[in-house]
Ligand binder design. Sequence first.
Ligand code: ACO
Length: 441
Amino acid sequence: MAIENATRPVALPRTTDRADSLTVRDDRTGKTYIVPIEDGAIRATELNKIRTGADDPGLLTYDPGFMATAAVKSAITYIDGDAGILRYRGYPIDEVAEKLGFLEVASLLLEGDLPTDEELTVWKDEIVHHTFIHENIKKFIDGFQHDAHPMGILMSTVAALSTFYPEAKKFTEKATRRKQIVRLIAKMPTIAAFAYRHAVGLPYSYPDNDLSYTGNFLGMMWKTTELKYQPDPILERALEVLFILHADHEQNCSTSTVRVVGSSKADPYSAVAAGVGALYGPLHGGANEQVLRMLAEIGSLDRVPEHIERVKKGELRLMGFGHRVYKSYDPRAKMIKKIADQVFSVTGRNPLLDIALELEKIALEDDYFLNHKLYPNVDFYSGLIYQAMGFPLEMFPVLFAIGRTPGWLAQWEEGLLDPDQKIARPRQLYLGPGERHLSKA
Ligand code: ACO
């Protein structure tokens, strides 16, 4: 950054008629600064060079919740929140969800391009061969209280995996890194299903590697005395599409958490466990569970207007509505609404659907929601489908975590390989007392 006084700003190199720079005048000093703009952003460290004197630590940007701060450069997922666009590695989400399988999408996110048929076969085979978990992990899950939330079990068990695979710390070697990625994607459904079976007191059902990724998960959830579990193909595909729709969503709260933990060079199990923790919150992955609780609490169509009024008064939030990035209809919610009909054709209609549709109808016509740009997000309809498929509410964020795992890992690896990345360490604006001393003798 060039620093010049107010009368003579530095001449800018111009490649086009438009200068790719920002001219800032510091009114405290009268100095003018020319800050380069690269990829639509300025480097915050350039602003830090703006100082009033030698003892000034430099200007900081204040951005709670990272509303306008890009912390990474990424080539994985693209979102245009105003236009309602979501793309994985350039492919529109509707094409991806309609035409690909979950493991193919996982490979796309991780590798950057679609696998060939041969690569996909090898990749699926690798995943299938890592679905089992160590018997000690089973004992570990046994130790949880019968009413432990499965998300808590998932978070702790994923963290515990790092103690089973200490070589994971050598993730700078590509082969080691790949092995942990395979293990995590393969074992998430097993841990998730075991967490559920523990809660309901059913014996654990071991993976059946003849089934698809999703079919195997459904089998581990629901299998009882049958020799071979046969998933309903419509439900199996619906769940697969839901996993695909959740597979990545650029720098959301849990993904940023995974990246932050990864930036300290912790192993991927620790990073993903932290991501599960972030996802657990009701403003993030816990929202789908909260949507169902909200719909059940509303209870009947005639109580919908009253609920909307309470939301508008600021007493409550309309769960499943609003998004930090989407300021129009979440494209994932559109697709989920479509899948709902297919699922209900097998399971019967979820009676809470009518309340959800009425809430959406009123909200989409109401000035409060229009002015605040609040539209249904991915969580508004997903819970209705999960419930119709028989999943208890507590499992909803767990299902989200299974779907999101490839995205977390792709983003973790991208962060690791990015020479620009450093250990995450935000700055603060200290507003506490100045130096003071204890009066005690
Ligand atoms: N219901 C009612 N009002 C809302 C809602 C909502 N769901 N969401 C935002 N608002 C209002 C806020 O009250 C605020 O109003 P004000 O400016 O008049 O004070 C304004 O919209 C902006 O809200 P913020 O919280 O600042 O928006 P932010 O981008 O930080 O929050 C979030 C996004 C957390 C998703 C929010 O919309 C929310 O809480 N939604 C409900 C929870 C939810 O569905 N989460 C799932 C998100 S999708 C996902 O994580 C997969």
